[in-house]
Design a protein around this ligand. Sequence first.
Ligand code: A3P
Length: 282
Amino acid sequence: FWDSRMSCGYFQHRGVTFPGLLYSPRGLEAAREFPVEDDDVFNVTYQKSGTVWMLEILSLILRDGDPSCAARCPAGSGGPWLETLPGPRILSSHLPAPLFPRAFFNSKAKVIYTVRDPKDVLVSLFPLLADFPALQRPGSLPEFMEKFLRGRRLPFGSWFQHVRGWLQLRGRDNFFWISYEELQQDLRGSVERLCSFLGRPLSPAALDAVVANASFVTMSHNPMSNFSLSPTFILDRRRGPFLRKGISGDWRNHLSPEQSRRFDRVYREQMAGLGVSFPWDP
Ligand code: A3P
């Protein structure tokens, strides 16, 4: 599945940048035609927004809080065989909405979209790009911030377009969005909301188990969710853990007040008219 000889470069597909190691134009076209089942549950994010966290939460909810799978199967291990997997399947994706499987839009399958303060996405992504040999080096933080704000030559494209594209689906019965910050502030309440969206009510004990096993401490010590099993040519963890800090507002330790103001200016322009308010809005 992983081939260390594959290209470290990026390519453009329908106007969006993808890393050549993990994606191909053929694969992306095939993804558009992916046969979606009505009981599929999609865990969709822009990178560094809590993908692995939400995957753990959803897996725990659908297994009534039983953590034994989280102790056995590496998160993001490539996924189980579709043909042997009883529904509901949980599938993760960083694809922007216009590149998502067409069949989803006429199905009852569910999308959970997790969105995070883009300044925290930026500072979480920056060291990762240096650590992922498969991805292009980010340059300096100020250079990378400009790249992030322009949304060009960035894996999965612009954060702004990603979020705008997906949030256009709000109001549909099979679309649920939540912020990383809400998960952090009230994990239990967030899990309850997710259970109700998924139609999977949990007993108080199962709910406790989901919350306990999806905590940052538990996940960062679990070799199956902390990516410590990834080969170093994929992720060079000697430079730092994949579950880095797991906090909100870390950007304050990295961006100057002037950089933050510049970010806010672009943010206001790019998000104008969306009609959604976020906990981090300037
Ligand atoms: P930081 O780099 O800020 O620590 P993704 O899975 O989309 O790549 O997102 C990774 C981010 O989610 C990392 O952020 C990681 O620490 C954080 N994360 C993962 N599990 C978490 C948890 N249980 N609680 C809080 N943050 C978590």
